[in-house]
Design a protein around this ligand. Structure first.
Ligand code: 4AD
Ligand code: MG
Length: 482
């Protein structure tokens, strides 16, 4: 019986006048004891329900409050009101669930994003979060469509692992050992052989290493799953639990990798522009409003949709790390000592440097390649012919306006001896990684891949400035509500 309901999006896009319909949703507002704005999350647009005066019991009308859920049987009629072509004249109103107006946290007014973060269990019911999460859904769908069209195999890599793919030591431990009185070995260390898996395990920081195993058989795979980082970064771009998409391609080099990443990002943007026009129009206006509150120098100067179109129409700038450092050193910004962190060859680019390059200098997405080997992960391919002391790897980061790093990737070191030497130098135990090294022992091929931070992509497309507002329930230091 519930299946007979029509979604509001469908109802508003051409259900003929005179049709009898069943609609269900939550009350956004109730005006003049007569007009209900009902929303079911299929679109930000509400359907206006008209409860003709005198037709319904006061007892029922009293229960039509903001947040209450209703089932309406009625007839589609032409609307005389502004901003809508049709409305529904109610014949029957059933209250599915009451909502105490005094206690319901979402009042029909504008709430701050900070307030809504604390009410994250209800914020999906606001226009902003309705649009953000429909856009997020579309992006996820487009991810699969993009790779499916190109013959990539979707590989689900494990969440619990015993390796640190990035070698950065930012892992959440997984254990069933007791915190107090954990068993110890002869050396007085915790004895993980007695743990659930018989070894020390953690939540994955990346599916890449297992992804590489897949690429060595299917040629092209991608992962799309949650990843976890125990980095103590309280910023608008870091989460402790985030989703990442990691394609991995055999028979590919860094150039192929850049081409795929650029095509991928453009495809995702194009998909949302085509399928979520209403949501983007809403988010564009929301961002413009937010930017008005900022001092002029902090405004981006572009509308959201305008920015997305620009990204689609222009090639990403491609520069080397060495060129990036030169640009920074020659900038007025540097000369006027406006960077907090020092700039010299060998540094890891800080977000202020990345943002300068993208937002001030190039004003479009930038792909930086050839980073110093010393600041990058063990699996990246050593570039040939480097000056001693200035060794670089075939890494690539994509930096996006307003976000900074959105993609991190590389061509992988396919030469067994070079890889082993690098791992040894970085204290990565070769025996534990024997399964990984097997790919280089048996039919090794040049291959490459990257990771796109899904939430950063949602931020970029939705214009939301804080990453906590593009994931349903954010996990950040000192915060694990819901
Ligand atoms: O640059 P990262 O650390 O690269 C990797 O994990 C590689 N294994 C990817 C690969 O080559 N297959 O992370 C990739 C992307 C970053 O560019 C960023 O967009 C996102 O993941 N990311 C985060 N997003 C939100 N919160 C965090 N704490 C993030 N850390 C990385
Ligand atoms: Mg990175």
């Amino acid at each position: 019986m519930f299946n007979q309901r029509v979604k509001i999006k469908q109802l508003l896009s051409g259900t003929p006048v005179g049709t009898d319909v069943v609609v269900m949703g939550w009350v956004r507002t109730f005006r003049n004891n007569q007009f209900v704005a009902l929303n079911d999350g299929s679109t930000n647009a509400n359907i206006q329900i008209v409860a003709e005066l005198g037709k319904f019991d006061d007892a029922i009308l009293k229960r039509i409050t903001t947040g209450a859920s209703l089932k309406i049987k009625g007839t589609v009629v032409e609307s005389l009101g502004k901003g809508q072509t049709v409305e529904v004249k109610a014949n029957e109103i059933e209250i599915l669930g009451d909502s105490d107006a005094e206690k319901y946290p979402l009042q029909p007014k504008k709430h701050s994003l900070e307030f809504l973060r604390e009410k994250a269990h209800l914020r999906f019911r606001t226009n902003t979060f309705g649009s953000v999460f429909r856009v997020r859904h579309s992006l996820a769908f487009a991810v699969h469509q993009f790779f499916n069209e190109r013959g990539f195999v979707y590989l689900n890599t494990p969440i619990i692992t015993s390796s640190d793919a990035e070698g950065a030591g930012e892992m959440f431990r997984v254990t069933t050992l007791p915190l107090e009185g954990a068993p110890k070995n002869d050396k007085g260390e915790i004895d993980y052989t007695q743990d659930f898996f018989g070894k020390s395990t953690n939540l994955t920081v990346s599916g890449q290493l297992e992804g590489e195993l897949g690429a060595m058989a299917f040629s092209e795979i991608y992962t799309f799953g949650p990843t976890f980082r125990a980095e103590n970064s309280n910023t608008t771009r870091h989460l402790a639990e985030f989703w990442m998409i990691e394609p991995e391609m055999a028979f590919s080099d860094i150039e192929d990798n850049m081409n795929l990443a650029e095509a991928f990002i453009k495809y995702l943007i194009e998909y949302v522009m085509k399928h979520n026009e209403d949501d983007l129009v809403f988010l564009d206006a929301r961002l413009a409003e937010e930017e008005k509150q900022l001092p002029t120098e902090k405004r981006s100067g572009f509308g959201l949709i305008e920015k997305l179109k620009m990204v689609l129409e222009n090639g990403f700038e491609r520069i080397t790390y060495t060129e990036a450092i030169d640009i920074l050193l020659n900038s007025n910004h540097y000369k006027k000592k406006k960077f907090t962190y020092d700039v010299k060859w060998g540094i890891d680019l800080q977000s202020e440097h990345e943002r300068y390059l993208v937002e001030q200098h190039f004003k479009k997405p930038v792909i930086v390649t050839g980073y110093p080997a010393a600041i990058k992960a063990f699996y990246m391919r050593m570039n040939d012919g480097c000056e001693p002391g200035k060794e670089t790897v075939a890494a690539m980061d994509i930096l996006a306006p307003g976000i900074g790093e959105i993609v991190g990737g590389s061509q992988r070191e396919e030469r067994l001896s070079v890889l082993e030497a690098r791992m040894t130098a970085m204290d990565i135990p070769l025996d534990e990684m024997s399964w990984y090294l097997d790919t280089r022992r048996f039919g090794s091929v040049p291959h490459a891949g990257f990771g796109l931070g899904f939430e950063r992509m949602v931020q970029f497309v939705s214009g939301m400035t804080n990453i906590r507002d593009v994931i349903a329930f954010a996990r950040t230091p000192n915060n694990c509500e819901f």
